[in-house]
Design a protein around this ligand. Structure first.
Ligand code: PLP
Length: 409
């Protein structure tokens, strides 16, 4: 067989088998949904269990990841950025080079194959910046399936190009005008649609979020990022890295990147949240800075809410990080001390966006620029010759106009 199964293998040696039977990662996660959805989530869990050990499923997904999406993605040594900072060696995992421009296609491809196995002919999804909507519309076109995308009206204005891309791909984009008219409201609407149409419809959730089994499924479909990175860095440097850095919205690119490295306690895994303009309610989206335990969209996790438990407004210059809750597995890994979380501000992310473009000829997504900004900001405090890998989760074409307005170039 041309495509070995290495691109989608569960790591059997890994002791880390969570979530448990009830879909919890320690105290986090679970299935906090209406009854109608409970049975369809069970159906999805069972189908996924069967699929992940089915050689046909694995080889079909592997072929799509290679030939359609462009895996493996390169691990690139950022030599000019490294010299600029002076004391450390920086590599970039180039998920920005994937089809549709971000890591999201890994998960969209996996989930559309699950939808087909369950004989659902319609897929729906939520989208914030539009990247997940584009990935979903893309795989729906590829398999000739009906596709409906829910998107906040505010986001539709901010991300008009992605709205046109989705429509060109044949998807119906439905504006959501409730509340802040952004991602949270779009998820509410998608869940409402799903409750009504469970028989015919699969909901392709876009991050390591929501009710069980989504955080596990989405993580597993993105583990390929970390699996490739591990193989590539060993080949290139003949040693393990010291730091892995990834931005954390819901947490899918970070968990996929980190997960295969959890078994190496010497490696520091750092998730970077959106610090917005300041760490004060309504001005950021850093759940571990001033957040609390709560339930949102079916999962129990750290989130930003007021004392009455109402979800707070969030802000980030990067739409993909602008969400009030973090994936439950991140909350648990943080408790265990296996991962660490920090934040950078809008300004720091924009500066990194500019710097990476100038020094390396790579325009990163503003989301990914948060990871790069953390490295730039902290380089001086890292040990000499540290080997640092940033996950470049997506490309920045979608953000150029917004950045130009702010930075004035
Ligand atoms: C959606 C998105 C993110 C944030 O989502 P995660 O689930 O946290 O990965 C980050 N980077 C890019 C490029 C995105 O499109």
């Amino acid at each position: 067989m041309i495509h070995s199964l290495k691109y989608f293998n569960q790591n059997k040696s890994l002791k880390y088998h969570l979530p448990d039977k009830t879909g919890h990662f320690g105290p986090y996660g679970g299935t906090y949904v209406p009854e109608t959805l409970f049975s369809v989530l069970q159906e999805l869990t069972q189908e996924y269990r069967k699929a992940r050990t089915d050689p046909k499923f694995k080889s079909e997904l592997n072929s799509l990841l290679c030939e359609y999406a462009g895996r493996p993605t390169p691990l690139y040594f950022a030599s000019r950025l490294s010299s600029f900072l002076g004391n450390i060696k920086i590599y970039l995992k180039r998920e920005d080079l994937l089809h549709t421009g971000a890591h999201k296609i890994n998960n969209a491809l996996g989930q559309i194959l699950l939808a087909r196995r369950m004989r659902k002919n319609r897929v729906i999804a939520e989208t914030g910046a539009g990247q997940h909507g584009v990935a979903t519309a893309t795989v729906a076109a590829r398999f000739g399936m009906e596709c409906v995308i829910y998107m906040g009206a505010t986001d539709m204005q901010r991300q008009a190009l992605n709205v046109s891309r989705m429509r060109l791909l044949g998807a119906k984009v439905i504006p959501v005008t409730a509340g802040q008219a952004t991602l949270k409201e779009a998820i509410n609407e998608a869940m409402r649609d799903w409750v009504t149409n469970v028989r015919t419809t699969h909901y392709i959730l876009g991050s390591a979020l929501g009710a069980h089994p989504y955080p596990m499924i989405v993580r597993d479909f993105h583990r390929i990022i970390g699996i490739e990175t591990l193989r590539q860095i060993k080949k290139r440097e003949k040693r393990l890295p010291d730091f892995l850095v990834a931005c954390v919205g819901g947490g899918s690119n970070a968990i996929g990147f980190f997960h295969p490295f959890l078994k190496f306690p010497s490696i520091q895994l750092i998730g970077v949240e959106a610090g917005g303009t300041k760490i004060s309610p309504g001005f950021h989206a850093a759940r571990f800075q001033g957040g609390k335990l709560g339930i949102l969209h079916g999962t129990k996790t750290w989130l930003l809410a007021n004392d009455d438990g109402q979800i707070q407004l969030t802000h980030s210059v990067s739409a993909g990080l602008d969400y009030a809750a973090i994936g439950p597995e991140h909350s648990f890994l943080r408790d265990l001390g296996k991962t660490h979380y920090d934040y950078v501000t809008d300004d720091e992310a924009l500066e990194a966006f500019h710097l990476l473009s100038k020094l390396e000829g790579i325009i990163p997504a503003l989301e990914s620029a948060h990871a790069v900004a953390w490295i730039i900001k902290n380089a001086k405090n890292l040990p000499q010759n540290s080997l640092v890998i940033a996950n470049l989760s997506g490309r920045g074409d979608k953000d150029v106009q917004q950045a130009a307005e702010i930075l004035g170039f």
